[in-house]
Design a protein around this ligand. Structure first.
Ligand code: GLN
Length: 489
């Protein structure tokens, strides 16, 4: 008999709904797992053990007669610290928000609660979601549960590590340039960046608003699909949220038994990339073979502007970040310097003390590319390149139903290995950024191991085609035996 925390979300859901396990025992099982793993993992910031247990006990006393609008009833989850949760410190892993207690729930947090989920804790992350390793957290680095000397990826590294280590059944992260897909890949779990506008960002602390999307991480594709079902949909409080109706993802996954009739495109620029590690490349080849075995057609496609994605993304994202982070001025909330000499010094010192080095680097870069005289050369040019990159995707996705691509060029690397070299770290994002530039959805699934470390692949789709990504991801992970991986921690 496995421990309760080892079940998948859907398995736990079944037992809860049949009354074979109580919400309290499930929450207690996850809390004991957290207590055992957290000292070495560091996946969490603020916790709410007592409140979660109390909520679960109350739920057990008032079991609903019908679970149809409570699909997450009694399920313990965690959420990235970039999302507000009423009454619990929310910091985006920054010192500038130390002690900030939001007076409201993010829309997605509200939706989790409405669906019956029990929120256990906030996840560690790179400060303001800027980074690819979670080492830029102002509080602590998170370790990879497959090898504690390695990074879990980032910026949603706390979410991925927490899910992979079975501290919870699912988590919410955010993806601006890969921050859900890349840590999911490095930790051997599933993560989806939905289409831009699919999920409300009300209550998400903004990094780069024309890119940011909230999405789930889980151990199986079905679990991630259920989580997205719960959080997706229009929200009048987020003007970028889309009115496109949310389809039934479970039905989409059950639409066919195999992948026949689907054409998967392999972007030449990704698979031929000089930085692609041999182990990653071999695991990807096996996944492509598995897709063929399931009846899919496979075709080579081209995304010709790929080599400009990193430059374009880092200019645009930094520009938007410099504007979004102007609100942290020491006046309204967050950290304020102790004894300012005057108003100017209050702003400068509060921000200098509150923001970490990576965030300061982005603010400087962003202010520079937006300044008079440089705007046309950098910001405008990057925006034009962005349009070309989006067109690459639209063209490729006309010829095929979805693209299949590596997520990270290498498996999880050693903690500290790249933290002193920001440019080297930016290069690690080569396969994830362009999808955010295009605003399209991407599902990261585990496809195998390379020297004991997980390798992920992403399925990249047309706008609002998440259902078919789930279908393909579910069939592929089952065929590859990576359907429900858990870290050997
Ligand atoms: N690594 C990228 C960055 O640092 C992406 C981060 C993200 O998606 N939030 O900007």
């Amino acid at each position: 008999m496995p421990e309760l925390f080892e079940l998948s979300l859907l398995e736990a859901q079944k037992l809860l709904q049949k009354g074979e396990v109580s919400a309290e025992s499930l929450v207690a099982s996850c809390i004991s797992r957290i207590n055992a793993t957290e000292p070495s993992l560091g996946a969490l910031l603020a916790r709410r053990d007592e409140e979660a247990l109390e909520e679960a006990r109350a739920m057990d006393k008032m079991r609903p007669a019908d679970f149809s609008d409570k699909p997450l009833w009694g399920i313990p989850v965690t959420v990235k610290d970039a999302l507000t949760l009423k009454g619990l410190p929310t910091t985006a892993a920054s010192k500038i928000l130390e002690g900030f207690i939001p007076p409201y729930d993010a829309m997605v947090v509200q939706k989790l609660k409405d669906a019956g989920a029990v929120i256990l804790a906030k996840n560690n992350m790179d400060e303001f979601a800027m980074g690819s390793t979670t080492e830029h957290s102002a509080y602590r680095a998170t370790a990879n549960p497959w090898d504690l000397s390695r990074v879990p990826g980032g910026s949603s590294g706390g979410s991925a590590a927490s899910v992979a280590a079975c501290q919870c059944f699912a988590s919410l992260g955010s993806d601006t340039g890969g921050s859900i897909r890349q840590p999911a890949s490095l930790c051997g779990c599933v993560g989806i960046k939905p289409t831009y506008g699919r999920v409300s960002r009300y209550g998400l602390l903004a990094y780069a608003s024309s890119f940011d999307q909230v999405g789930p991480l889980a151990r199986t594709v079905e679990d991630a699909a259920l989580m997205l079902q719960v959080i997706a949909g229009h929200d009048g409080r987020d003007s970028t949220s889309s009115p496109v109706p949310v389809p039934d993802y479970a039905a989409a996954m059950a639409a066919q038994e195999d992948l026949s009739g689907l054409t998967l495109g392999l972007p030449r620029e990704f698979f031929g990339h000089e930085g692609l590690d041999k182990g990653v490349s071999e695991a990807c080849e096996k996944a492509v073979e598995a897709a063929r075995g399931l009846g899919a057609k496979v075709a080579e496609v081209s995304l010709p502007h790929t080599e400009y994605a990193i430059a374009s993304y880092y200019i645009l994202a930094a520009a938007e970040a410099s504007s979004n982070l102007a609100r942290y001025d020491g006046v309204r909330y967050g950290h304020r310097t102790a004894a300012p000499r005057n108003l100017e010094d209050m702003y400068t010192s509060s921000r200098t003390e509150g923001f970490g080095p990576e965030v300061q680097r982005r603010i400087l870069l962003g202010s520079y590319v937006l300044s008079a005289g440089y705007y046309d050369a950098y910001y405008r040019k990057a925006a034009q390149v962005r349009r070309l990159i989006r067109q690459d995707y639209l063209d490729a996705l006309e010829k095929c139903d979805m693209l299949l691509a590596p997520v990270s060029p290498v498996p999880a690397w050693q903690l500290g290995h790249m933290s002193e070299d920001p440019l080297q770290m930016y290069f690690m994002d080569i396969f994830t950024l362009s999808l955010n530039l295009a605003g399209l959805p991407g599902l990261s699934i585990p496809v195998g191991l390379s020297e004991g470390l997980p390798v992920g692949m992403q399925l990249l789709g047309r706008a609002f085609d998440e259902g078919r990504l789930f279908l393909a991801g579910d069939k592929l992970t089952r065929a590859l035996g990576t359907h429900n991986l858990r870290a050997p921690l």
